[in-house]
Design a protein around this ligand. Sequence first.
Ligand SMILES: [Mg+2]
Length: 175
Amino acid sequence: MKTIIIDMDDVLADASARILEIFNELNETSVDKNFFNERDFYEFINSNGHKPYRPQLFEPGFFGNLKVMPDAQEVVKELSEKHKVYVVSAATEFPNSLREKYDWMAEHFPFISWKNFMLCGDKSIVKGDVMIDDHEKNLKTFQGETLLFDAMHNKLLTGYHRVYNWQEIHKYFFN
Ligand SMILES: [Mg+2]
């Protein structure tokens, strides 16, 4: 039995899809995820006088309405029956997100107990056997196995075991 630490945004919840929608609305563009396959996301977003999407993350409603990543519910449920699964989200930067994230988890992942759900600030204090996250800042301090969940803002990052979807995570644990 392993202790598995699972991130929320861009791992369980498709934050990137909503971020792109907001970016495109603000800038009257029609950029899609694949646009960032070989281009640095943050560099592009912060260039050319683009209107920033980030203030929207602080607005009520952003985190509460995100779509669930394909197959995440089924795979996390199966993992939670065999392993100790903790969902850990660096959320306190966005105070409005706290209630929304709690409600979102209760709606979409009701089998994850409140005891296994942590809303925190800095993940470097988190311990476990495996961490699944889309941000290097969280993976690089983790003292265990790390899985980098593919996202439009980490395409150029190397040196991590990259997984593209929840089917692959299922294979990683159940093969
Ligand atoms: Mg994330």
